[in-house]
Design a protein around this ligand. Structure first.
Ligand code: ZN
Length: 86
């Protein structure tokens, strides 16, 4: 009797859930430019200790990688923000 071989396809999600603290979970995406995590500007601001104003400025000047989608809003790349001066 032959064994049946099955192919199982796995779908890899490009987003994951991280826990910043015990009370708050959030969904993050991955930057298509550098592969770093992307967060909403206010969450990114907390993580990299920049003000939201500094983050928006970095987006406008092109220093920060970002993605904007109508359904989820703006996400900014943490990796690119590490090079932004405070
Ligand atoms: Zn990036």
């Amino acid at each position: 009797m032959e064994r049946e071989t099955r192919t199982v396809e796995l779908t890899v999600e490009t987003s994951e859930t991280v826990t910043l603290n015990r009370h708050r979970k959030m969904t993050v995406a991955l930057c298509t430019t550098c592969g770093s995590r992307m967060l909403a500007p206010e969450d990114a601001a907390n993580l990299v200790h920049l003000s939201r104003r500094q983050i928006y400025r970095a987006i406008e000047t092109g220093d920060a990688h970002f993605v904007e989608q109508p359904d989820v809003g703006l996400f900014v790349c943490i990796g690119s923000l590490k090079g932004v001066s405070k």
